[in-house]
Design a protein around this ligand. Structure first.
Ligand code: ADP
Ligand code: ZN
Length: 810
């Protein structure tokens, strides 16, 4: 007998596997989904390993196989183990990332007959048992539900168990089929022979009564068969009533035709041949190409400003991968997963691109997953979780905008970072990784500098016109505006520029980062922001206590009446939202047509697109938005981008505030001047001297990086150390704080007793979002090295969550 180590779908299982014996009649493989007994339950599990010996003395047997084909590849199994160990998440949660969508669904119990023992005496069965046995013998296999129809609910269960106990039948389990409702589309066709239709057309025309019907009928005679009604309507401009009239005369007929759900509609996509690479693109491509040929894991950081042609490099690297008989995964931020982006890939690899999108229905996701696993696609493109797609023969992983925070899953376990998961997966499968960005994560750039990654640079825009220069950026000092008596949201510069653009019939984007709004205070005279003396992060204002609080270490002070730097009494709470901005713009520029784009507006499936389409069609002059507007738009009529306040991101109570500001400003600035008219950017701020703002204005990544990495080193922040966040949540605030303090003492003791040097504990402090869904949250921050290894053996009581490498400390 041999044994299987199984990751079981139970919260009790945590980070370990369980040993089960494999009964002789089952063929079990690594990566397979199985049913196992667990306590008095039957649970789903995934086989991670096979071994000749069990890990424990007493083992139970695997009950059955859920799907004969293994669901996870050996690399994926290793990746799941790594995720569980590194991010300290339950093992099954890590495994579940890679299972087909909808895997954890209802199960159906089946009962099937076993060969009757030759000496079996049928008269020992009662009438109902006999009836049931005959039924299953006749059908071969019957679901419990079907048996219930004949025998009644209670009886069926009992009798099935009796038959099983007497060895006359066996039970098996299957997952309920995912019902993918087929998508039906109405088609219209002729209901008569063509000659008859011609006669009818003549007659209609002669009578001169129904010219529309004649037109539609004529159109139908010209088609080779049934046509989608939508297409016929579009081409003939006829109404449904016209079609119905033809139907009632028996000349035409409607029929419903099932269409396959396509996440990509290839109808309007024109295949696009590769472009001739510029010399910078070529040298980047050649480096990636030779790594692909070698087939050994290698990571590239492709650094190039927006519009420098990174995507073309990805496309050609993908083509090279396909040439070598391999496949690829491309990750893009969720927000960039627009038809515009997808089309670029689909046009280069027609019918060979799969899209994984959180907005697809479960059925669509399931279909796509199956087709990917069957090797049907060269390229899988999707957001964060697409890294777990069952793409076989992986040769290349591309992560566009690698600095994006959305690559980190923050709201639930496993709190993985897709980039780190990708690097691990590449390691396991020998794939090449290309990280692309206009503003690389400081940590990635540091790794490239250190030689862990190979740095590839595209220093200039490839633009079809001669405006290869980046847009001009003007930084407006809002303190000067106040001095000049201008209290409005718009500086004199921005006001003039907006008026000018509207007068020229050009378009404007106004950008406002809402996060952190109204939570910090600032002197409106000198721009001074109160910071924590210990952590150097901005202090947040807590309304309930009327105090300023550090969300890292819980340092607290009263709100000063006057500014500690300039002494004036102009301390103000800052922050306005996009809605308020929209009102102000409307009031200030009554002649402008406005469009607002933020997450409140875009809830539906295509509304991002609708807004974008509207704006592109010049149905609005001013687009107002949050960071959403910062990405991926290519709008030639936009000649002005205004950043209403650069300070909201800057003053996030987090050490990444400077980096975040730089990234956002660069992205926003990249939106202007994409067309022949060129463009300008105006950034309004109270801190014009801040290095992140100055570097962004100059489009100067290098000088930003030098300053930022210096601060990181000084304050012992990543990449020089690792961070972990431990958050306790509780319905009672004081108890939550006490529990967090208890945890701190416990961890301090552990650190002391294990003699660990270099792990530092910060806090506890109330979390930035102190109260979430009725529960209070306190957090502790660990800073040091090898934090997963330190935390792994320690018990984490209920109510605690751990976040390794958190994106923000707030
Ligand atoms: P990025 O991904 O860096 O933002 P893109 O790949 O989108 O840049 O390129 C910007 C624009 O330049 C696109 O319109 C693209 O079609 C065009 N482009 C890219 N590479 C070339 C090239 N080698 N020759 C001509 N046009 C190019
Ligand atoms: Zn502090």
């Amino acid at each position: 007998m041999s044994y299987a180590e199984v990751s079981v779908n139970s919260p009790i299982a945590q980070r370990r596997t369980f040993s089960y014996a494999i009964p002789p009649h089952l063929e079990i493989n690594v990566g397979q989904a199985v049913w196992v007994p667990f306590g008095d339950k039957r649970l789903q599990g995934i086989v991670l390993e096979l071994s000749p010996h069990p890990e424990v003395e007493e083992t139970r047997e695997i009950i059955g196989v859920i799907e004969p084909r293994p669901l996870l590849s050996p690399q994926q199994l290793q990746l799941a183990r790594w995720i569980s160990q590194y991010y300290l998440s339950p093992l099954f949660d890590a495994v579940a990332l890679m299972l087909p969508p909808g895997f954890e669904r209802r199960t159906i119990t089946f009962i099937s007959p076993t060969p009757l023992p030759t000496d079996f005496d049928l008269s020992t069965l009662n009438a109902e048992q006999k009836q049931a046995l005959e039924l299953i013998q006749e059908k071969g296999k019957l679901s419990l539900g079907q048996l219930e129809k004949t025998l009644g609910r209670k009886k069926a269960q009992t009798i099935a168990s009796q038959l099983v106990n007497r060895g006359l039948a066996v039970k098996s389990y299957e997952l309920e089929k995912i019902r993918v409702k087929p998508k039906m589309v109405p088609y219209l066709s002729l209901a008569v022979a063509a000659s008859e239709a011609e006669e009818a057309i003549d007659k209609l025309r002669r009578q001169g009564k129904a010219p529309k019907q004649a037109t539609l009928l004529e159109y139908l005679t010209q088609q080779s068969g049934a046509v989608p009604w939508a297409e016929a309507r579009e081409n003939t401009k006829c109404s449904k009533a016209t079609a119905d009239a033809l139907v009632s005369k028996g000349l035409a007929k409607f029929q419903e035709v099932e269409v396959r759900r396509e996440p990509i509609s290839y109808k309007d996509i024109v295949p696009s041949p590769p472009l001739t690479l510029t010399s910078a693109q070529k040298s980047a491509f050649e480096a990636i190409k030779s790594s692909l040929a070698e087939g050994k894991t290698k990571t590239f950081l492709l650094h190039g400003v927006t519009g420098s042609g990174k995507t073309e490099v990805y496309l050609q690297a993908l083509a090279e991968t396909v040439k070598l008989g391999k496949k690829a995964i491309v990750l893009v931020p969720e927000i960039a997963l627009t038809p515009q982006t997808i089309e670029r890939f689909a046009a280069r690899f027609p019918q060979r691109v799969a899209v994984l999108h959180s907005k697809l229905s479960l059925g669509e996701q399931f279909d796509e997953w199956q087709r990917i696993r069957n090797g049907q696609f060269d390229v899988v493109i999707g957001s964060r979780s697409a890294i777990f797609a069952p793409q076989p023969e992986l040769g290349l992983i591309v992560i566009d905008e690698e600095q994006e925070w959305t690559y980190k899953q923050q709201d639930k376990a496993p709190r993985y970072h897709a980039r780190d998961a990708a690097l691990k997966l590449a390691d396991l499968s020998g794939a090449t990784v290309v990280l692309g960005s206009a503003t690389p994560d400081v940590e990635s750039f540091y790794r490239a500098q250190r030689g862990d990654y190979r740095l590839l640079q595209l220093p200039e825009r490839v633009t079809p016109y001669d405006g290869s220069a980046l847009p001009k950026v003007e930084v407006v000092d809002l303190r000067e505006e106040l001095k000049a008596g201008n209290q409005s949201l718009f500086s004199r510069s921005l006001f003039q520029a907006i008026s000018q653009a509207i007068a020229n019939k050009e378009q404007v984007i106004l950008f406002l980062n809402r996060r952190g709004a109204a939570s910090f205070i600032q002197c409106r005279s000198c721009g001074f922001v109160m910071r924590c003396k210990r952590c150097d992060v901005p202090l947040s204002y807590h309304l309930t206590e009327n105090k300023l609080v550090c969300h890292q270490c819980n340092y607290r002070i009263n709100v000063p009446e006057s500014c500690p730097r300039c002494g004036r009494r102009r301390i103000k709470f800052l922050g306005i939202g996009t809605q308020r901005l929209e009102q102000e713009v409307g009031y200030t520029f009554p002649q402008a047509r406005l469009l607002r784009w933020d997450s409140d507006v875009t809830k539906g499936r295509y509304s991002h697109d609708e807004i974008l389409t509207k704006f592109r069609a010049h149905q609005a002059d001013v687009l107002i938005g949050t960071q959403m507007v910062a990405k991926g738009l290519d709008l030639p009529l936009v000649t002005l981008v205004g950043v209403v306040s650069a300070d909201t991101a800057l003053n996030l109570p987090d050490f990444r505030g400077g980096e975040r500001t730089f990234q956002l400003l660069c992205q926003v600035a990249g939106r202007a001047g994409r067309g022949v008219r060129g463009g300008r950017v105006i950034i309004q701020t109270y801190s014009p001297e801040h290095y992140a703002i100055r570097a962004a204005a100059e489009h100067d990544y290098a000088s930003f990086y030098e300053q930022e990495i210096d601060y990181r080193r000084q304050l012992r922040n990543p990449p020089f150390t690792q961070l972990a966040g431990l958050t306790c949540s509780h319905s009672h605030d004081a108890l939550c704080q006490r529990e967090a303090e208890r945890m701190k003492r416990f961890l301090d003791q552990e650190i002391a007793s294990q003699g660990i040097a270099g792990i530092e504990l910060i806090g506890p402090a109330p979390a930035f979002i102190h109260r979430l869904r009725g529960r209070f949250r306190w957090q502790l921050i660990l800073r040091g090295a090898e934090l997963s290894a330190f935390l792994s053996p320690l018990p984490l009581p209920p109510g605690w969550t751990v976040d390794i490498d958190p994106m923000g400390l707030v």
